[in-house]
Ligand binder design. Structure first.
Ligand SMILES: *Cc1c(COP(=O)(O)O)cnc(C)c1O
Length: 236
């Protein structure tokens, strides 16, 4: 398994999906999701020229970030408990994007946790539960407008960057989930007076990132196709 070959292959597939759907190849960001993988695997991908990486456990990211170069663009893609917001923002001062804001309470906590010394507002996405499963985090699709508006109006240290969803685990049921997110963007942009280009869509993982791009995704989160299957020694 070669990480450098795998990332090159994923970028090629992204370029092809963009071409097929008449989109500019530069319009899609690949976030290489490195959770459970050691720093040297991340470094191999970095050395191949990649800069955007994703993690979904707070402590793992806090431990990993200092072992990698400063210009890594870290995306936090996991569920964030509001009492961990401060640890995340202080432990990872260069955090590029937090993709999983799913309540006003969390937005407020994160807003207050952004250190004064940080030059720019923190880019955040609103996570939407498009599959209706209780086990999935994210706000209801009907609440996305309200939450996005709350961020724009009340959280000056956050910049609303777009919408994120996980969807269903099996690809065949996903198109509906992705369609739901596209519809959420339409509503958010109409209600907040934003251009659609100002509202990213984070959708698509290893099993379906090409389909997601064809449906308009601007940010795909790809883990196992780049780093290999994950092992969870103590977690289900
Ligand atoms: C783990 C994870 C991914 C990557 O999943 P793969 O199927 O391995 O590509 C993407 N998004 C989130 C939120 C994840 O937790």
């Amino acid at each position: 398994m070669s990480v450098s070959r795998n990332i090159a292959d994923v970028l090629q597939r992204v370029a092809s999906a963009c071409a097929r759907s008449g989109r500019d190849g530069g319009s899609v960001r690949v976030v290489a999701v490195s959770k459970t993988k050691p720093s040297d695997a991340v470094k191999a991908c970095y050395d191949a020229g990649h800069r955007s990486f994703g993690e979904n456990y707070v402590q793992e990211l806090i431990d990993k970030a200092p072992t990698l170069p400063d210009d890594v663009r870290w995306h936090f893609v996991g569920h964030l408990q509001s009492n961990k917001a401060k640890a995340l923002l202080e432990g990872v001062p260069s955090l590029a994007m937090l993709e999983t804001i799913d309540s006003e309470k969390l937005a407020n906590k994160v807003n207050n946790a952004v250190p004064e010394r940080r030059a720019n507002a923190l880019d955040v996405m609103v996570q939407v539960n498009t599959s209706g499963e209780e086990s999935k985090h994210g706000c209801e699709p009907a609440d996305a407008v309200k939450l996005a508006r709350h961020i724009v109006d009340n959280c000056p240290r956050l910049r609303f960057a777009g919408l994120m969803t996980i969807g269903m685990p099996d690809y065949t049921s996903r198109p509906e989930c992705f369609e739901t997110l596209v519809e959420c963007r339409r509503q958010v942009c109409a209600e907040l007076g934003l251009d659609e280009s100002a509202c990213e869509l984070s959708m698509g993982m290893s099993g379906d990132f090409e389909q997601a791009i064809e449906m308009g995704s601007t940010n795909v989160r790809v883990g196992s196709t780049i780093f290999g299957a994950r092992e969870y020694p103590n977690k289900a």
